[in-house]
Design a protein around this ligand. Structure first.
Ligand code: SAH
Length: 256
C-alpha cells in the first residue's frame, strides 16, 4: 500500500482540526466567564443587586400603585445598596427603612417613590431637599431634575453622602452641612421642596423659598405625623394630599 492510499479521517484533517480548536476555545472562554461572574456574585455576599432592585420596583412600587414611569426608572437606576452602610447592605432592597448611623434612617423605598411621584418633578426643575441622610433620595431626585440642593445637619452623614454621590457621578447635586429649617436662600426660589425629617409645623422659610405654584412634600407632626403635599398659591398654601407616616424628627428648630 503506497502512502497515497492512506486516507486521513476527515475530522483530523487540518481545516477540521482548526474548527475543533475554535469550538473548544469558545467553550473554555464561556465556562471561565461564567465562573468569573459567579465569583463576583459570591464576593458580594451572593447578591444579584440588579435583580433585587428590579424586584423592589415591581413588587413594592409598581404593584402598590406607583405609576410614574420616570420615577420607576429612576428607582431602577439608582444603586440603593451603595448608599447603605456595609453592615446593613444585605437588606438594602427590603420593604422597610434601614439604619444609616447616628440614629438616622434611610426611608423605605415605597415612601421615597411616593414622595418623589407626588412632587411631579420635571427635567428643568431646581429642587431643595432637607435631610440628606444617606444621599439616596437626593440621587433619585438628581436623575429627574436639573439641580438638587440638599442639607444635612449631622456633619459625618453630610460628608459620607457627598462622597457617595460624587463617586457615583451625580454631578447636579450639592450637599450642605447645616440646619435645613431655614432652607438655602442663596439658590431660592425652588420649583420643588422635599423634606425628609419631620418638623411640628411647616417651616415658614421653606414656604417662602418655594415658587408660587411650586410643590412641597413634608411630614408634619410630633407624636403622630402626616405627610402633606402642598402647593404654594398666591395667597398661601393648598393641601393636595396626606398620608400617615413616621419620619425622624427635624432637629434644632431655632428659637423665635
Ligand atoms: N433622605 C434621606 C433620609 C432622611 S433621614 C435618605 O435618602 O437617606 C432624615 C435626615 O434628616 C437625617 O439624616 C437627619 O440627620 C436630618 N435632619 C434632621 N433635622 C435636620 C435639620 N434641621 N436640617 C437638616 N437635616 C436634618
Amino acid at each position: 500500500m503506497s502512502l497515497r492510499e492512506i486516507r486521513i479521517p476527515e475530522r483530523l484533517q487540518p481545516v477540521a482540526l482548526q474548527a475543533w480548536i475554535v469550538w473548544i476555545s469558545a467553550v473554555l472562554v464561556i465556562v471561565s466567564l461564567a465562573c468569573g461572574a459567579r465569583e463576583t456574585a459570591l464576593q458580594d455576599g451572593g447578591h444579584n443587586w440588579d435583580a433585587e432592585r428590579r424586584r423592589m420596583v415591581d413588587v413594592q412600587l409598581r404593584a402598590r400603585g406607583i405609576r410614574n414611569e420616570r420615577v420607576l426608572d429612576a428607582m431602577l437606576a439608582v444603586p440603593r445598596h451603595l448608599f447603605i452602610p456595609e453592615q446593613e447592605r444585605a437588606d438594602a432592597y427590603r420593604d422597610s427603612p434601614l439604619p444609616i448611623g447616628y440614629g438616622q434612617t434611610i426611608s423605605q423605598p415605597y415612601i421615597v417613590a411616593f414622595m418623589t411621584q407626588a412632587l411631579d418633578i420635571l427635567p428643568e426643575h431646581r429642587v431643595l431637599e432637607i435631610g440628606t441622610g444617606s444621599g439616596y433620595q437626593a440621587a433619585v431626585l438628581a436623575v429627574l431634575a436639573k439641580e438638587v440642593f440638599t442639607i444635612e445637619i449631622v456633619p459625618p452623614l453630610a460628608e459620607r453622602a457627598r462622597q457617595t454621590l460624587s463617586a457615583l457621578g451625580y454631578r447636579n447635586v450639592e450637599v450642605r452641612t447645616g440646619n435645613g429649617y431655614l432652607g438655602w436662600p442663596e439658590h431660592a426660589p425652588y420649583d420643588r421642596i422635599m423634606v425628609t425629617a419631620a418638623p411640628d409645623e411647616v417651616p415658614p422659610a421653606l414656604l417662602e423659598q418655594l415658587k408660587i405654584g411650586g410643590l412641597m412634600a413634608i411630614p408634619v407632626g410630633t407624636v403622630t405625623q402626616e405627610l402633606r403635599v402642598l402647593r404654594r398659591t398666591a395667597t398661601g398654601t393648598e393641601t393636595l394630599s396626606t398620608l400617615p407616616v413616621l419620619f425622624v424628627p427635624m432637629r434644632s428648630k431655632p428659637k423665635d
